[in-house]
Design a protein around this ligand. Structure first.
Ligand code: NAD
Length: 392
């Protein structure tokens, strides 16, 4: 039985940030991290962005040296006893804790029937696998038109690969970006050599003489060297459910990131928190949320009582286009587009009942704070009042 004052379940960005948060308050308390992946914490965004350009793999590591943490890699916690305050891993090791963090992230959604030939792209191992295949292969199908689909399709195409994207929406990022921008993105990806198949999914995936045959829902067969899918993730709430914690689209936490058990905290993709600026509960699956929420959880585990009031931002790279964004980016909201140069540079505002809920800073840099202030103001806005409001 191994006792630690702080036990962190998960080894992603939220988990790593929590350790840093704990150490800012408590330099001595024993910390253990149990991580199912066989790698210590690393930055996930480069896997679908800069590692396909000029960044080296060495640059992604978060590096716990000096933080005095017992890191157990390749171990999965399979049960919690919240009365005895113990956690048991899949090798039968038992860890006791005073404060526990669930930073268990998300599990990728999969097609139930298509076997193991698809890379459901999320982890460093997925990156390595795909990168290796791409070194000697030329043709790929990318299923999904969300964040992973759009970034990986661009990354492969930039590396000279022939890519076919397949997804059910009418365009790339259709749930997030306004219609005209989605239309532009479809054309832009096609210009870059990507075949974009909208309004479809896939019917089958099967080996075909050293290649893989993918059949779309309308019956088109495509022969490729690799299939990648980004179908979204589901919050990894299994342990929380089994432990009787409140779960509702993620593990429900209070303002200080405590679950329904006050000695157990949750942070990152898995945590459902009350977003103060948006005045609603949310679960956010982006890096900045993992970092800031993780660190706040860590400090609170070590005795602070901080409210998590952060409005997380996120960013993406699509070929030579890029953006930062903050708040609620939901294409079904009222949208005001303010382009300096159509679809190349501008700001898109997402409004509900006249109030700005989200801002997309398209090739517009250094304006996340201004956009956050605009959302926090909760003033009533229109096309007229937003024109030229934020520029870089
Ligand atoms: P996503 O939710 O962004 O996109 C899911 C896509 O899969 C959608 O296009 C959807 O239509 C498609 N899809 C779902 N079911 C399908 C089916 N049966 N057939 C075909 N397509 C189907 O999720 P993602 O792209 O997988 O990303 C996973 C997570 O990682 C998300 O939480 C995302 O926020 C995060 N992420 C963020 C960034 C960033 O912030 N830049 C980058 C990569 C990943």
């Amino acid at each position: 039985m191994k006792h630690h004052k702080y036990l962190i379940i998960g080894g992603g960005m939220a988990a790593d940030s929590a350790i840093r948060g704990i150490r800012k308050v408590d330099q001595d308390g024993a910390i253990a991290m149990i991580c199912e992946e066989r790698h210590p914490p690393y930055d996930r965004p480069p896997l679908s962005k800069s590692l396909w350009k000029d960044a080296s793999l060495d640059s992604i590591w978060r590096n716990e040296h000096g933080l005095d943490v017992a890191i157990h890699l390749g171990k999965k916690i399979v049960s919690l006893d919240t009365q005895k305050k113990t956690a048991t891993d899949d090798a039968g090791n038992i860890y006791t804790y005073e404060k526990l963090l669930l930073a268990t992230g998300g599990v990728v959604r999969r097609f139930p029937d298509f076997g193991d030939d698809i890379v459901y792209f999320r982890t460093l191992d997925d990156f390595r696998k795909l990168h290796k295949v791409s070194e000697h292969a030329s043709d790929f199908v990318v299923v999904g038109g969300g964040f992973i689909g759009s970034e990986i399709a661009a990354a492969l195409a930039m590396n000279g690969k022939r890519v076919t994207m397949i997804f059910p929406e009418n365009g790339i990022g259709a749930r997030v970006y306004p219609g005209p921008l989605v239309k532009f993105l479809n054309a832009y990806y096609r210009e870059k050599g990507v075949t974009v198949i909208t309004g479809e999914t896939i019917r089958s995936v099967r080996p075909a003489g050293g290649k893989t045959a993918v059949t779309t829902s309308s019956g088109t067969e495509i022969l490729v060297d690799g299939v990648i899918a980004g179908l979204g993730i589901l919050p990894n709430t299994e342990l929380a459910v089994e432990s009787g914690l409140t779960v509702d689209n993620g593990i429900v936490v209070d303002g200080q990131l405590r679950t329904s058990n006050p000695d157990i905290y949750a942070a990152g993709d898995v945590a459902n928190f009350y977003n103060v600026l948006l005045a609603k509960r949310a679960r956010v699956e982006h890096e900045d949320n993992a970092n800031v929420m993780g660190e706040t959880a860590g400090r609170n585990m070590a005795g602070q009582s901080e409210e998590y009031r952060h409005l997380p931002f996120f960013y993406s790279d699509l070929f030579d286009l890029g953006y930062e964004a903050v708040g609620e980016l939901d294409a079904s909201l009222d949208i005001v587009e303010d382009w300096k140069e159509p679809f190349r540079k501008g700001v898109v505002y997402y409004l509900r009942e006249g109030q700005v809920r989200g801002v997309l800073l398209w090739n517009t840099w250094g304006q996340v704070a201004a956009a956050t202030d605009l959302i926090a103001e909760k003033a009533t806005h229109s096309h007229e009042t937003l024109a030229g409001k934020i520029t870089d």
